[in-house]
Design a protein around this ligand. Structure first.
Ligand code: FAD
Ligand code: NAI
Length: 487
């Protein structure tokens, strides 16, 4: 291993150190493969950082701000219901941002430590794959941040270069008044009137953050269905709750253009009633992300691509060229950190000669609004379309003792099972702890559980999890804490 390593030859070279790439790197190294990971990320002070989008400008900073802003909103609006009178609550946005940055720094530094302890070699710079490959070696050229160039030889390459926000030419990002999700995680003041294009995951999470901190938030969504990927019962309930919190979510509304006028953003948009115009202090564009695949190859590449410049892979994340794998946001499937990490683990095992698969049917999704939305498996609308016969059990949190005690009674759990076999096909949750509760459903479904299996399982009382138990009981008409017709 060491002689290969010293001559810049590795068993595996991984391009990208986001949750797909860094997890693959650690696992490859654990399995005894000499491993290098190249990443070009630098923070605002030009310090190289591991962790990719997720740790630096994605999952982690957004969840840090969601937590801080929720605490602020609760202190302002909900504590009095518990008999706590807190006066002089005020916002120190600078401290909130410093805390968020500290969380990011702690976690990115943690990966650096893990790389060191696992002997993953980290190259800080931009990688390009050359065409100089044969069956034994592929060549990756690296332009280091100090402008030196390196040539690495690899038996295997894992591409994990992630994705970037989609830019709309009609609303060009200026990183001041019109920003993407990264900019929206670092405002230095709470915008008085905040516009967001896109009521997807980012629009809802970041819209929630700034609304809780005092912005008047309007979200324009082109589709007339809210969260079309989610189960529509849960989505409809979620929409009502989010609107009640003050998020002005306007569906079926398409952006025409946005321009800066007098230090404000003028937005022209189209609704069923015709063209309209309004002005915002800041505008966030959150209309999806696209794969980072364009600057990755030194010459014309022979790799196959899917529509939208995603690198084409099979279910083992093998590309069309032997020894080259691609994982995470750069390939098909939901753009989620845990999906990329699982693919990283799978590919590492395959390279080491072991077997592992990813169960693409059971990727949990979570939207960290308040309450949270979380789901796994099929939605009711998908089952209808495929003609699958099913049964449904729902249980509202308002009937849960724990939810009442905690004052978190919004939402419900919905369990869908196969009509013939009772095997659970999907679980959909809207509720305060949905992100944690959904793991139970994933485990149950991985083990092929029926709704009856869950119904026959003992759950601690009083817990939010009992709502999952009751929803499973409700599938056969046997829920205890709601009135239900017996089946
Ligand atoms: P990335 O994390 O994008 O990492 C790719 C890395 O490759 C980067 O570090 C980049 O610098 C590097 N790179 C690219 N090209 C090169 C090159 N040529 N040479 C060297 N390095 C290169 N997902 C969740 O599951 N849960 C969440 O709560 C969540 N919240 C999110 C919130 C926001 C605001 C955003 C924007 C995203 C969020 N996501 C969340 C999505 C999640 O961040 C991505 O799915 C995940 O980061 C993808 O991982 P990845 O490793 O494929 O790519
Ligand atoms: P998204 O795909 O979730 O939502 C984009 C929304 O913008 C869609 O609803 C789309 O209909 C709408 N849209 C597109 N063009 C529009 C236009 N011109 N006018 C109005 N609306 C328009 O993408 P988003 O929110 O940018 O997030 C990107 C990815 O990041 C997601 O796919 C998600 O997987 C990931 N992410 C995950 C999180 C989580 O797991 N909690 C949190 C944040 C992001």
């Amino acid at each position: 291993m060491s002689s290969k390593h010293e001559s810049n030859e590795f068993d595996v070279v991984i391009i990208g150190a986001g949750p797909a790439g860094y997890v693959a790197a650690i696992r490859c190294a654990q399995l005894g493969l000499s491993t290098a990971c190249i990443d070009k990320w630098q923070d605002d002070n030009q310090t190289p950082r591991l962790g990719g989008t997720c740790l630096n400008v994605g999952c982690i900073p957004s969840k840090a701000l969601l937590e801080s802003s929720e605490l602020y909103a609760q202190s302002e609006h909900s504590l009095s219901q518990h008999g706590i009178n807190a006066s002089k609550i005020s916002l120190d946005l600078g401290q909130m941002m410093r805390r968020k940055n500290n969380v990011v720094n702690t976690l990115t530094a943690g990966i650096e430590t893990l790389f060191k302890s696992n002997k993953v070699t980290w190259f800080q710079g931009e990688a390009r794959i050359t065409n100089n490959h044969d069956l034994l070696n592929k060549v990756v050229r690296v332009t280091l941040h100090n402008n030196k160039n390196l040539k690495l030889k690899a038996s295997n390459i894992i591409i994990a270069t992630g994705s970037s926000p989609v830019n709309l030419p009609v609303a060009p990002i200026d990183n001041n008044l019109i920003v993407d999700s990264s900019g929206a995680l670092s405002f230095s003041e709470v915008p008085e009137k905040l516009g967001i294009i896109g009521a997807g995951v980012i629009g809802l999470e970041l819209g929630s953050v700034w609304s809780r901190l005092g912005s008047e938030v309007t979200i324009f969504e082109a589709q007339d269905n809210f969260l079309s990927i989610a189960d529509q019962l849960i989505a409809r309930e979620g929409l009502k709750l989010l609107r009640n919190q003050g998020l002005n979510i306007q569906l079926n509304t398409r952006l025409i253009n946005a321009q800066i006028k007098d230090h404000k953003v003028q937005v022209n948009y189209q609704t069923s009633e015709g063209d309209q115009s309004t002005t915002f202090t800041k505008l966030i564009v959150a209309v999806g992300r696209s794969p980072n695949s364009s600057d990755l190859f030194e010459n014309e590449t022979e790799l196959e691509f899917d529509e939208g410049r995603f690198i084409h892979v099979n279910h083992h994340c093998e590309t069309s060229l032997p020894g080259i794998y691609a994982i995470g946001d750069i390939v098909r499937g939901p753009m989620l950190a845990h999906k990329g990490s699982e693919e990283g683990l799978m590919v590492a095992e395959l390279i080491a000669g072991n077997f592992r698969e990813v169960n693409y049917q059971l990727i949990p999704s979570v939207i960290y609004t308040h309450p949270e939305l979380a789901w796994v498996g099929k939605t009711e609308q998908e089952l209808k379309t495929s003609g699958t016969e099913y049964r449904i059990g729902t249980f509202p949190f308002i009937a849960s003792g724990r939810a009442q005690a905690v004052n978190e009674t919004s939402g419900m759990v919905k369990v869908i099972s196969d009509k013939q076999t009772d095997r659970i096909l999907g679980v959909h949750i809207l509720g305060a702890q949905a992100s944690e509760l959904i793991a139970q459903a994933v485990i149950a479904m991985e083990l092929g559980s029926s709704a009856e299996d869950i119904a026959l399982t003992m759950f601690a009382h009083p817990t939010f999890s009992e709502a999952f138990h009751e929803a499973a009981l409700a599938v056969s008409g046997n829920a205890l804490h709601i009135a239900q017709k017996r089946r």
